[in-house]
Each structure stands twice: as C-alpha cells, then as structure tokens.
Ligand binder design. Structure first.
Ligand SMILES: Cc1ncc(COP(=O)(O)O)c(C=O)c1O
Length: 265
C-alpha cells in the first residue's frame, strides 16, 4: 500500500456500505477520524483509556459497527498505550463474538514502538494488519504492508487493479533491500532504545515536578493540563507540542502531547 492510511482507506472502501459504522479509538490520531468522516460513515467512537482500551470500550462499538476497530501493538497515538499479550487475548475473545466486524490493526510505528507486537486477530475471520514504513524508514517512501484474511485481500487487490494497479516495485524493492541489511536492524534497535530512554526521562522529569503524564511506548508523551494556554509558554526547541482537541472527541479533559524529536543515532 502507499502508506498505512492508504491501506486503511482501501480497507474501509472495500468493506463499508452506506450507513455502516466504524469504531475508532478516542483519543486517537485525528486523520483516521477525518478519513472515516470523509468516507461518509458516522464514526461510532470507541474510547480507549490512557493505559489500554477497556473491554467494554471494545464491545459496545463492535455491536454497532460492521467495520473495524482500529488498533495498534503499542505507541498508541496519542496516549502511548500498549496492547500486551494478555489484553490482546481478551480483545481476540471479544472480536470472536462479532464475525461481521473487520478488525483493522494499524501498526504504524512498527519496529520502533517500544513494545512487542501482540495480535488482536487470531480468533476472528475478518482481520487486517497494516504496517507502515513511515516511522522506521521515512514517510516519503509512502509504503506500508497489508496482511489480511483471504476475502479482504482479494477485495483490496481486485479494487487496486482497477486503479493504480500495484505499488511501485522499485519502492518495494528499495524497502526490502534496506530491511534485509543487517545494519538496519541495529539502527532500528538503537532508535527504539533512544526513543524509550527519552520518553522515560521526560515522564520522570515531569513526575518530579508533580505533573502526571502517559508515555508507556511510542514517540509521544501525553500530559493532562489544566489550561491549554499554558502550553504556549512551554519550551519547544527540541520537541513538538500539540493540543488535545485534535486527538479527543469525547473527553472534556485538556491534554498536551509532546513528541520526541528525531533522536541522533
Ligand atoms: C496512528 C497512525 N496511523 C498511521 C500514521 C501514518 O502512516 P502512513 O504515513 O504510513 O500513512 C500515523 C502517522 O503519524 C499515525 O499516527
């Protein structure tokens, strides 16, 4: 696919019929909500807690949705929540009860997530995992892999043939060559470690000052704040700070998200 979002869009386009509902995480990456809205399906929003999504948070939208819950191994954007193997097994059990739901796993952060992958599919017939190379090799490659159940793959491949046909083999070969180089594995391991160290240091420094934050994995740290305006005065030379409103649909609580800048390796 030409990136994770392209994969998700193709999955939604292939799966949805008018009036279908899509469950997306809340808080979550705003472009996915925007994409769902653009495809003209009213999002039925699944709330995720700031550690891992609750099971009720998964069950309710599954009852309403024909398509997907959107999830990830770790590095949930924006909260940094992790789906560990135990939680993944619980979610698998929930999804198994809803065979109409195509569960889409958005593993956008892949090898530098800071936690191992635990699949939420395995007990359901309809599933798809999109894994982007944007964060690990570079966003300009516009490349992601998509694995899915046979019905989903045939729908996606058939539709793709009618449009672009395929994703450039030149790009695919470039990514495959970089990934198969032993030096790449070392660099990615160092990047993952560096992001984790910096994330933990920021969370600890904030805690020392009495400020609670969330940053179990991923590239960002999620901080509840009293006033978003306060963030305007925060030093931002080395980090990118964004506001909660972009990421949250349901909650009244204000948040700031601080993104790790690119670590020097
Ligand atoms: C949750 C999430 N999914 C997908 C993406 C983008 O992936 P891609 O560049 O492969 O479309 C991002 C980028 O930050 C993201 O945060």
């Amino acid at each position: 696919m030409s990136g994770a979002l392209d994969g998700i869009e193709r999955l939604l386009q292939a799966e949805l019929r008018p009036g279908d509902r899509v469950a997306v995480e809340d808080p979550g990456w705003p472009r996915i909500g925007d994409l769902v809205t653009a495809i003209a399906c009213g999002p039925s929003r699944s709330r995720s807690t700031r550690t891992v999504p609750s099971l009720t948070g998964w069950r309710r939208p599954c009852e309403q949705a024909r398509a997907p819950s959107l999830s990830r191994r770790a590095g949930q954007n924006p909260t940094g929540a992790v789906i560990d193997p135990q939680r993944a097994a619980q979610i698998q059990a929930v999804l198994a009860a809803y065979p109409q739901v195509l569960a889409i796993e958005d593993d956008y952060i892949a090898d530098i997530a800071g936690a191992p992958y635990a699949a939420v599919h395995g007990r359901s017939d309809r599933w798809a995992v999109v894994r982007s190379v944007s964060k690990v090799l570079g966003p300009d490659l516009r490349l992601a892999t998509l694995a899915a159940d046979p019905l989903t793959v045939s729908r996606i491949a058939g539709r793709q043939l009618l449009g672009p046909g395929w994703v450039s083999h030149l790009l695919q070969q470039t990514a495959a060559t970089i990934f198969s180089d032993a030096a790449t594995r070392g660099l990615l391991a160092r990047a993952e470690h560096r992001y984790a160290t910096r994330r933990a240091a920021l969370v600890a420094a904030l805690a020392e000052r009495g400020i609670g934050s969330h940053g179990r994995s991923g590239l960002g740290v999620w901080i509840p704040v009293e006033e978003e305006a306060a963030i305007n005065h925060a030093p931002s030379r080395y980090v990118l700070i964004t506001y909660h409103r972009l990421f949250v649909w349901g909650s009244q609580q204000s948040y700031a998200e601080i993104f790790n800048s690119k670590p020097r390796l």
